[in-house]
Design a binder for this molecule. Structure first.
Ligand code: MRU
Length: 337
């Protein structure tokens, strides 16, 4: 069954995205036509998730070309505007990768850039389906051919990609094979990608799940409720370390303590072999009010300072395997990307 959720598409010379900040209460699409609109949508997380950011970056180059033609930009201005898209969010390598993939076609004209962006979007969907198959096969081989209880963090589904998903894609594949007993979805503080988005997708797909506060994950894992945990990634580096949504590291540590598998599921486009170790990854820091407020209502005293990294880095020693569309890298057997 193909994904019915449309996260991102190109229509009428606009980049049309499902505004994820409004989910699950309202399903509204926004059409983006300028570089500023694309950057704002990326930074306020209206479009989010590493693979979706890659596609947004690629279509963003077409938007820059169109806006440049309308407003008679110089070559230098055009390149500056494309660069602003490239760096709009620094941790997910897919954004810069998506921009880089299509800008090489600029010399061949706008139609070729658009074609490359559309190809990139289509490839992302196919990669998700392959990761899902490989990840599901690995889990069933490792844990036995039986219905599994799996924990996941953040949102890695259709909303974070062009459709189907990475870690959540493995869960969907297992559900189609009748091998999901239950999914434990971390709510994912502070922006609640688990509660607002993953729970919405799981409900949409009819997959049995429970929502848990992030602080309950270690308890669920170490008391034997969970067979394995799966996450996506924003950047996997040469030594295998993986950056993902804040809270992922805690899940990995609990899985290591409980001796259950911890899987990272991400496309090859998320693997950045130019960076040596996780400590070299630029971690995006976000604003205080994401922590001191809930839906605009203050939940901490005025002036409270915060520590609000958007992502953490899980060292490779806590990761069982990395599943890409190409293969399963068994870290514990020394197979690093
Ligand atoms: O800040 P977000 O919501 O963009 O963070 C998203 C994540 O951390 C995802 O787990 C990651 O991008 C992989 S999405 C398939």
């Amino acid at each position: 069954m193909a994904s019915a959720i449309k996260t991102i598409e190109w229509a009428d010379d606009r980049l049309v995205i499902l505004d994820q900040t409004l989910l699950p209460n309202s399903e509204e699409y926004v059409a983006l036509a300028t570089v500023d609109e694309v950057i704002a949508a990326i930074q306020r997380l209206a479009v989010r998730g590493a693979p979706a950011l890659g596609v947004a970056g690629a279509y963003g180059v077409v938007i820059a070309l169109d806006q440049g033609a309308r407003e008679n930009w110089s070559e230098t201005r055009l390149l500056d505007e494309i660069n602003r898209i490239r760096v709009a969010r620094p941790t997910a390598v897919n954004l810069a990768w998506g921009v880089g993939q299509v800008e090489g076609f600029m010399a061949q004209g706008r139609a070729e850039v658009l074609r490359a962006a559309q190809q990139l979007a289509q490839d992302d969907y196919l990669a998700n389906r392959e990761m899902a198959r490989l990840g599901a096969d690995w889990l069933l081989a490792k844990l036995g051919d039986r219905p599994l209880t799996l924990l996941t963090h953040c949102n890695t589904g259709s909303l974070a990609t062009t459709g189907w998903g990475t870690a959540l894609g493995v869960i969907r594949e297992l559900h189609e094979r009748g091998k999901i007993k239950e999914v434990f979805a971390d709510e994912t503080r502070p922006l609640l990608q688990g509660a607002r988005l993953t729970a919405w997708e799981l409900a949409h797909e009819g997959i049995p799940f429970r929502l848990l506060p992030d602080g309950a994950a270690a308890m669920a894992i170490t008391t034997g409720l969970i067979d394995a945990a799966l996450i996506g990634a924003d950047r996997v580096v040469a030594n295998g370390d993986a950056a993902n949504k804040i809270g992922s590291l805690g899940v990995a540590l609990a899985c290591t303590a409980a001796q259950i598998p911890f899987l990272v599921v991400a496309p090859e486009s998320t693997v950045d072999r130019s960076v040596a170790t996780g400590s070299d990854i630029h971690i995006e820091m976000r604003k205080d009010d994401e922590v001191t407020q809930m839906a605009g209502v203050p939940t901490a005293p005025v002036g409270t300072r915060t520590y609000n990294p958007a992502f953490d880095v899980t060292p490779h020693k806590y990761i069982s395997v990395l599943v890409t569309e190409k293969r399963v890298y068994d870290y514990q057997a020394g197979q690093l990307p």
